[in-house]
Ligand binder design. Structure first.
Ligand code: ADP
Ligand code: MG
Ligand code: MG
Length: 640
């Protein structure tokens, strides 16, 4: 996240009372910012990744690996450099939810040169080294999505007791102590407490256990009547996961809306391809991904809103958590594919329309604004709606969706941006850089060839659920558009139907079909495949040899993950666990298995070969600086 605003957090009761105020002024702020910035043109491609890391402490004598709760100390040291030289640093460091997490981004966004693809891995390596330099012996950082034994007894260093019955505890968790929440800024504990209080009870995260030969049911801590469920009860289980995000700047608002829409159907595909988190609270589960865990970990809806109890006065049914897949497309082309009912307050929607905002964008914003503020600071209550955007950001930044549409910040040179948020984090800088570059290249191909990936948004939702299943990357079929190069035509025989409405509907149905991740990425007889499309885009570009080699390695890696030639990290972790000599076929990831797994992860990250996960190439000759001879620019869409 960006810089956190400082101040004193209000209690849930106070926040709740002020929620209509935040909504009302947030909407006014959006109307003002839109009027100011809607016509902003000519921004160039810039992009940047965000990587979250976990601090891990090894005890080689006792063979344990624990999460080290020292993020604040480490961040203090990391931020000192930025304070001294804000524009000169090669990396920026920010706190994240947990006291064992740090988030690193490049010091400046990368730009529109192809050669930037040859810098991102080196920058990731630099970031890792920068933190590593600050750590005492025995401590290290890892880039993994979920710590396998998070929430198990003694998972942290230092150890803390949970306080489920303490009214002053933020999480009141049976497993996740408040001390594991980042304490350097009040936002995180406040969110934890307010989400729990708004919901009226602790959050409840349920994953089916992976049933092995000797798995003992009921699973320890499972809810009554659900013996095969691994249960988790705190925001930290979700927000304490790490992920990989990419943000792009578009040349104008329309290009941003197009990218937002076109990338949305790719979210589940990229989630399946990057799946990296099969173990939660010490158990192998039936899920390969973090997504539903986080979704449930911040689900602040009341039982009535969730549809599990009669509605109370003032409540409405809300189908999804505030952390979920997007609910509507934003571009004109996307409009026809918005097939799930959007919940919003008519008055807010009408206010936005009156404020000059078109229906598609108005319904998007109004839909974000069905949520209450869950974190409000006393200093921020009263604002100047013509200039400030804090109330808008308050709601926007606590809608954690697969895609985020980001307006330019006030008084900055930054343009309209889109953030791609589904990907899970991988062990090596090579893998993470490959994923980031692949996604950025896809955006260029989408804009250059005006590709169309749209399918009904309900189908994207279906794909999100499939994407998280065990081994989805190899065994699931995903809805995907058949002809991504053709916007209009559909040779469907039903196209001649006389009833227009029915016609449209059938036409749409014949636009998509079920495909494997392999087919989507690598192509098949009737579908070109995303990597081949990128290849043909690149064929027309001048590129220096080193960058060319790097990109080729990245694309090959993506292709191999998709085809199953190499394993996803989730499958690899499963394999490591079940083949561990201490594993008793009981789904349990013991202290020792956890230790050996993390040691291996560390070795691989440092260069130990692991062909089944990485193939042969797992490091590129990336560089810190771009050779001056390289001038070829990547395409911006409408503005290029
Ligand atoms: P978030 O709100 O998602 O936490 P951050 O402020 O952490 O966003 O930034 C996300 C990414 O956006 C970083 O990688 C950063 O380098 C990149 N970024 C910064 N400025 C721009 C820009 N003008 N266009 C595109 N990306 C940018
Ligand atoms: Mg961030
Ligand atoms: Mg982000």
């Amino acid at each position: 996240m960006g810089l956190l605003s400082e101040g004193s957090p209000l209690s849930w009761e106070e926040t709740k009372k002020l929620s209509p105020h935040v909504r009302e002024h947030g909407i006014e702020q959006f109307i003002h910012l839109y009027a100011r910035l809607r016509d902003r043109q000519g921004d160039v491609l810039k992009w940047g990744d965000e990587v979250e890391y976990m601090l891990v402490k090894f005890d080689d004598k006792n063979k344990t690996a624990k999460l080290s709760l020292r993020a604040q100390e480490v961040l203090d040291a990391l931020n000192e450099k930025e304070r001294l030289d804000p524009y000169g640093v090669k990396s920026l460091w920010r706190p994240e939810y947990s006291a064992y997490m740090v988030e690193g981004t490049p010091g400046k966004p990368f730009g529109g040169l192809l050669a930037h693809f040859n810098v991102v891995e080196a920058n990731m390596r630099y970031r890792r080294q920068e933190v590593t330099n600050l750590l005492p012996p025995g401590e290290t950082i890892v880039s993994i999505t979920a710590f396998p034994r998070l929430g198990c007894p003694k998972f942290s260093h230092p150890e803390y007791k949970t306080r489920p019955d303490d009214p002053d505890s933020a999480a009141q968790s049976n497993y996740f102590p408040d001390e594991a929440i980042y304490a350097g800024h009040p936002r995180f504990k406040t969110l934890t407490r307010n989400i729990r209080q708004r919901r009226g009870e602790k959050v409840s995260i349920k994953l089916k256990v992976f049933k092995d030969e000797n798995t003992k049911l009921p699973v320890e801590g499972s809810p009554p009547g659900e013996p095969d469920v691994v249960h988790m009860d705190a925001m930290g289980f979700g927000m304490g996961c790490c992920c990989l995000q990419v943000t792009f700047q578009a040349c104008n608002i329309n290009e941003a809306r197009t990218l937002y829409d076109q990338l949305a159907p790719l979210c589940p595909i990229m989630l399946a391809l990057t799946a990296a988190s099969p173990v939660h609270r010490g158990y192998l589960t039936e899920s390969d991904c973090r997504w539903n865990v986080i979704s449930a970990s911040v689900d602040c809806r009341t039982p009535g809103e969730r549809g599990e109890a009669p509605l109370k006065p003032g409540e409405i049914r809300i189908p999804k958590s505030r952390y979920d897949s997007i609910d509507s497309y934003l571009s004109e082309a996307g409009k026809d594919y918005n097939d799930i009912p959007l919940i919003y307050d008519e008055a807010i929607y009408n206010r936005l329309l009156k404020g000059g905002i078109d229906p598609l964008l108005a319904q998007h914003v109004a839909h974000l604004f069905i949520r209450d503020s869950v974190s409000l600071f006393s200093e921020k209550v009263h604002q100047n709606d013509e200039e400030d955007t804090d109330h808008f950001e308050n709601i926007q930044s606590t809608n954690w969706q697969t895609m985020r549409f980001k307006p330019p910040p006030p008084n900055s040179s930054i343009g309209w941006r889109v953030e791609f948020r589904p990907c899970e984090l991988q062990i090596t800088d090579f893998e993470n850089a490959a994923i980031v570059c692949f996604v950025v290249l896809l955006t260029r191909v989408i804009l250059s060839y005006q590709l169309n990936f749209l399918i009904p948004i309900s189908k994207v939702d279906e794909n999100m659920h499939k994407a998280q299943k065990r081994n989805a990357c190899q065994s699931e079929l995903f809805w995907f558009r058949k002809d991504v190069r053709d916007k209009e035509a559909c040779d469907c025989a039903n196209g001649k139907d006389s009833d227009k409405k029915q016609n449209e509907c059938k036409k749409m149905e014949c636009e998509y079909e079920l495909m494997t991740v392999d087919q989507i990425i690598n192509g098949k007889e009737t579908f070109p495949g995303l990597v081949p499309l990128i290849h043909s885009y690149l064929a027309s570009m001048d590129v220096d040899t080193d960058t060319h080699c790097t990109i080729q390695q990245y694309l090959r890696f993506i292709q191999k993950r998709a085809s199953g030639e190499i394993l996803t990290m989730a499958s690899w972790i499963r394999k490591e666990v079940v083949n561990h000599p201490e594993y008793k076929k009981d789904s349990i990831v013991t202290e020792r298995i956890n230790y050996d797994l993390l040691k291996k992860i560390k070795d691989i990250e440092e260069g130990a070969p692991c062909p089944e996960l990485l193939g042969s190439a797992n490091k590129t000759k990336t560089q810190d600086n771009i050779p001056s001879a390289i001038v070829k620019h990547l395409t911006n869409g409408a503005c290029s």
